[in-house]
Write a protein that binds this ligand. Structure first.
Ligand code: PEP
Ligand code: MG
Length: 579
């Protein structure tokens, strides 16, 4: 069997399929005689303790592997099992109806889930999923069902799931998960972005794939082309093993340029920096040759917890990132970008018809000044510890920029009043993600220090195609002339004012895009850590003067295909590096 999906994260994965879907545990209902009720209650309590212990272990493993923010997800699950109302209700039911623990737990779970699911508030609806999840864990313990875990497999597995949330992805163990395939999502959905930063090959947007695959089927995932083979013939397996070997050899080659500058043949230097989601990623970014951080997606510090991170917690996270790099290395911290496909249950946001066009990012922060100012204070305080720059996401109008800067000034005054140190020269930039902002870049540039182009959003808004919707993924075209002309407009506006432009959308790490962007005058390229070394290898083979001509020709072309073919023909180094 062969499928074609959306190539989401580079590399090849070969291994047995592991299906991530809810395991059904059939519940046996029985009456418990009066003299055995106490025993049944204590059986229930012991299994709850076991489940808590198991969750504590998972939480600790997650903390060690990915940091404390991600581990917090499991704290919410533990809280459910420590909630006297929930646990008490199960025991009451067991006693009142003289039924076994499994049956009582199932009944109470259904009541609680129905109650939470019917609430209008998003946070409460999310709790329903936690209760179901945790109750399933206890039921499996009660029923003595051995849970199949990825750790049971003697070789790394290929994970198949309907969807993986960004936090699911963050929990994947790179040693045990060779690759993953999901039925929904697009190339710039956040789980795809996380897969790239973790270096896990992935294909997304393959509808119904889960129903067709059996656990243990032998699978190949080609994260460059979007191909998935299930139980392929030996020739295909051989072919992919060879590809995998070559890929490993290329990676070993790239290692050698880890500490080299990002410089072209004719001596033109740019900055290659990384996109990260938490302080832990910064370590990986540095190991992969990043010269700094071009985008710290701070929302992951807020997600997967039950309440807002404190100012101190944020300050420590931002400072930790700065301290991972040398003092002068640029560290761009993006203010909170919640909304779209990134939810924050405890903010109690209403469901929206079009979340990507709705209440998100800077719109939300300007509406919640205290939330925003807490973050600004933490960023400013951290700026005393490194070359930290601040950047606002999703700016659509100059008024939003002014409003944000006004709040920043207020925070600076508060810090001054208390003599709290911060970098008074901290650079402040904006992301260009909305076509409206690109069109007035010449005006915006007068009030910022830099631009960073967010092509993931800029493409979806320019092409009016939701980045999460695989049905319109054919319109997700960063090389579309409309997008390239907007990018050109932004870079030109900045240059004319003596300012610089970077890019932190996924396009910045695309080998075919790099020669065009270089020729258009982009100064900073920010990408998943795994893309940095191949990008540097390519840059070292390019001549800046040639790419200027290439970019000028490309701007006259009509289709994305024509542009990509032209660039690949003109720049054979792209193919040499891709292999
Ligand atoms: C972008 O839109 O290109 C971007 C980098 O931001 P995010 O992917 O987090 O929306
Ligand atoms: Mg964006």
């Amino acid at each position: 069997m062969h499928w074609k999906g959306i190539a989401a994260a580079s590399g090849y994965a070969i291994g047995p399929a592991f299906l991530l879907k809810e395991m059904d545990v059939s519940i046996e209902r029985r009456t418990v005689p009066a003299d055995q009720i106490d025993g049944e209650i204590s059986r229930f309590e012991q299994n709850v303790v076991q489940a808590v212990k198991e969750l504590e272990e998972i939480k600790e493993q997650t903390r060690q592997k990915l940091g404390s923010e991600e581990a917090e997800i499991f704290s919410a699950h533990i809280l459910v099992l420590q909630d006297p109302e929930f646990i008490g209700a199960v025991k009451e039911k067991l006693k009142a109806d003289s039924i076994n623990a499994e049956a009582a737990l199932q009944d109470i779970t259904e009541n609680f889930v129905a109650m939470f699911e019917n609430m209008d508030n998003e946070y409460m609806r999310e709790r329903a999923a936690d209760i179901r999840d945790v109750s399933g864990r206890v039921l499996k313990h009660l029923a003595g069902v051995e849970q199949q875990t990825i750790a049971d497999s003697d070789q790394p597995v290929v994970l198949f799931a309907h969807d993986l949330t960004p936090s699911d992805t963050a929990q994947l163990d790179r040693e045990r998960v060779a690759g993953f395939v999901t039925s929904i999502g697009g190339r710039t959905s956040h789980s795809a972005i996380m897969a790239r930063s973790m270096g896990i090959p992935a294909v997304v947007g393959l509808k119904d794939v889960i129903d067709a695959v059996q656990p243990g089927d032998y699978v190949i995932v080609d994260g460059d082309e979007g191909d998935v083979y299930v139980n392929p013939d030996t020739a295909t397996i051989e072919q992919y093993r060879a590809k995998q070997e070559k890929y490993k050899a290329r990676v070993a080659q790239w290692e050698k340029i880890k500490d080299e500058p990002s410089i072209t043949q004719d001596g033109y230097r740019v900055e290659l920096v990384a996109n990260i989601g938490n302080p832990h990623d910064a370590i990986g970014a540095r190991k992969n040759g990043a010269e700094g951080i071009g985008l710290y997606r701070t929302e992951f510090l807020y997600m997967g917890k039950t309440d807002f991170p404190s100012e101190q917690e944020q300050f420590e996270a931002y400072k930790a990132v700065a301290e991972t790099f040398a003092k002068q290395s640029p560290i761009i911290i993006r203010s909170l970008d919640i909304g779209g496909d990134k939810e924050l249950p405890y903010l109690n946001l209403q469901r929206e018809m079009n979340p990507f066009l709705g209440y998100r990012a800077i719109r939300l922060c300007l509406h919640e000044p205290e939330l925003f100012k807490t973050q600004l204070r933490a960023i400013l305080r951290a700026s005393a510890h490194g070359n930290i720059k601040l950047m606002y996401p999703m700016i659509a109008s100059i008024q939003e920029l002014r409003q944000a800067n006004k709040l920043l000034d207020e925070v600076k005054e508060e810090l001054d009043a208390k003599s709290i140190p911060y970098n008074k020269e901290m650079e402040v930039g904006i992301m260009i993600e909305v076509p409206a902002a690109a069109m007035v870049a010449d005006q915006l540039v007068k009030e910022v220090d830099f631009f960073s182009i967010g092509t993931n959003d800029l493409v979806q808004y320019t092409m009016a195609a939701d980045r999460m919707n695989e049905k319109v993924s054919y319109l997700s075209q960063p090389f579309n002339p409309a997008v390239l002309r907007l990018i050109d407009k932004v870079i030109t506006a900045a240059r004319e004012s003596g300012k610089w432009t970077g890019m932190c959308g996924e396009m910045a790490g695309n080998l075919t895009a790099i020669p065009i962007l270089l020729g258009l005058g982009l100064s900073e390229f920010s990408m998943s850590a795994a893309s940095i070394l191949p990008a540097r290898a390519l840059l070292q083979k390019l001549r800046y003067e040639d790419t200027k001509k290439l970019a000028a020709s490309v701007l006259q072309m009509e289709t994305e295909e024509e542009i990509k073919e032209y660039v690949r023909r003109e720049v054979p180094a792209i193919q040499e590096i891709r292999g």
